[in-house]
Design a binder for this molecule. Structure first.
Ligand code: BES
Ligand code: MG
Ligand code: ZN
Length: 492
């Protein structure tokens, strides 16, 4: 799908579906001012539809003349309340309403209320991402006709600059969605590593994949304990992006990569939705998707590391027992009092590995705790860090990308809950504040001198039904925030 700017006026725009954003209470005035050729027909039809242009309201007409075939009016609410996120949502909603039509899709919004570059990026991404559909596993999919070309009508020419970032970023999000959406018999630690290596070849990244023996040699006892109950080999994935010229910032992005989480002997039962736990590699998908996008965008001054300790959490005769004590690669001993708190065990060794690279900052993304879903729901990820500047950078990157995020506390006193009678630490604290103790556990494996943030994406990784830019299913959450953050860092 190609996204471009159109200098045509509304009257002589010649595509097949036209989307127009309408302010509440200004419908008639706006329709008059647009000078559309089929105005009287429209006025008549709109009266019939009782369309009020409230936020999220939408109405569609088939037009009598040939071009365009279809008109979609989408409500923007009152002009004074309009946020860029409303533009995103309106674009996504109307893009969805255009499904069934191919050819050229035009979109006419009150661009002047925003900076042309940000509006273009927001709306362009929204349309492309809302029209994503995963048909890989259907043998006879229903036809899914969508626009081949999208034209932003009437926007200032200066918006052109941001057009070129839309495709790399959306391809990264789509890659993440495909990795997360794939079932656990398709995306395994090995095929996840293969996908990462494939990306590295296409976009000239450096790739390293460590096998089990190599991880043993590094003393990654926490990660390998999780992997030991599976018939599938763990794969430790490391992709590297490096600008040709001088490097000003070195960043590490770490993603939880459980290609399936059964819970282990603390098996997931009841409401735990074990069948959804293919999405437990959403952090790794975000990191690999970001790697793909960054490699295509080629920001200057940047060295970026993408790290995933991929494995499955399964049960067999050699699986971890609840109560086992293992040793992580920084020498800390861990009592595994709950085998279902496995993500933090894999991340422990991945974070130690990341610290050894001496980055300027580390961010990890993980579908870490059900408690985070309870706290923040499925549109907002939790952010934990003691570094105010890093928090501000990530919140800014997320807001700019339209991804929900909220900072949460790393309450030091809650470390009490992780005290083990026998080992240095146990992997699970009390139920209350479960996302906080998870973050505190991770902190034990990060060198204090390195700014580090943890983002819990347990809720945001998946959409139950269509919402905003996310069609139902895997969202690819995190790619846009990571890419924006990394590119901003490079420009500092
Ligand atoms: N992958 C899960 C977290 C999860 C739960 C993600 C629900 C998305 C939806 C994680 O490995 C897990 O099982 N966490 C446990 C931790 C508990 C045992 C301390 C949880 O949240 O129940
Ligand atoms: Mg678990
Ligand atoms: Zn898990």
């Amino acid at each position: 799908m190609e996204i471009t700017l159109s200098s045509a006026g509304l009257k002589d725009w010649d595509g097949s579906v036209l989307i127009i954003g309408i302010f509440e209470g200004e419908l008639e005035k706006q329709i008059q001012s647009f000078a559309l050729p089929y105005k009287s027909y429209l006025n008549h039809r709109i009266k019939e539809q009782n369309f009020n242009a409230k936020v999220g309201e939408i109405t569609c007409f088939d037009l009598p003349e040939n071009s365009p075939r279809k008109l979609i009016l989408v409500g923007l609410g009152e002009a004074k309340d309009l946020l860029i996120n409303d533009l995103r949502n309106a674009a996504a909603l109307s893009a969805r309403a255009s499904v069934g039509n191919n050819g050229k899709l035009g979109i006419y919004f009150p661009w002047d209320l925003f900076e042309p570059e940000s509006a273009t990026k927001a709306v362009g991404e929204a349309i492309r991402l809302a029209l994503f559909k995963d048909l890989r596993f259907k043998s006879n999919p229903d036809p899914f006709l969508k626009a081949d070309v999208v034209e932003l009508i009437g926007i200032n020419k200066s918006a052109e600059k941001s057009l070129s970032t839309i495709s790399p970023i959306c391809s990264g999000v789509e890659l993440a969605r495909e990795l997360v959406g794939a079932p656990p018999n398709s995306i395994t630690p090995t095929t996840l590593a293969e996908a990462a290596v494939q990306i590295s070849k296409e976009y000239s990244l450096e790739a390293k994949v460590l096998n089990k023996e190599e991880c043993e040699a590094k003393g990654m006892g926490a990660y390998l304990a999780v992997a030991q109950g599976s018939d599938l080999e763990p794969k430790f994935i490391h992709l590297i992006y490096k600008t040709k010229g001088p490097i000003k910032r070195r960043l590490a992005m770490v993603g939880k990569g459980l290609t399936f989480d059964s819970g282990g002997y603390n098996l997931k039962v009841g409401a735990a939705q074990i069948d959804m736990m293919k999405f437990d590699m959403g952090g790794s998908a975000a990191v690999i998707g970001a790697a793909r996008a960054i490699a295509e965008l080629k920001p200057a001054n940047l060295e970026a590391h993408f790290i995933v300790a991929a494995c499955e959490n399964m049960i067999n005769g050699s699986a971890v027992h609840p109560g086992d004590i293992v040793k992580a690669s920084n020498g800390k001993t861990i009592e595994i009092n709950n085998t279902d708190a496995e993500g933090r065990l894999t991340l422990a060794d991945a974070l130690v590995y990341a610290c050894a690279l001496e980055p300027d900052a580390i961010v990890d993304l993980a579908t870490l705790t059900g408690a985070c879903v309870i706290a923040l729901g499925d549109e907002i990820a939790g952010l934990w860090t003691e570094n105010d500047q890093l928090a501000a950078e990530l919140i800014n990157a997320a807001n700019d990308s339209g991804e929900g995020i909220w900072r949460m506390p790393l309450q030091r006193s809650y470390k009490e809950g992780l005290k083990s009678m026998l080992a240095d630490i146990k992997n699970t604290g009390p139920r209350a504040g479960g996302s906080i103790t998870a973050g505190l556990f991770l902190q034990e494996f990060v060198q204090k001198s390195i700014p580090w943030a943890h983002i819990d994406i347990a809720g945001t990784v998946w959409a139950e039904k269509d919402r905003g830019l996310d069609p139902a299913g895997a969202t690819g959450y995190g790619v846009r925030t990571l890419v924006k953050w990394a590119c901003d860092q490079a420009n500092k």
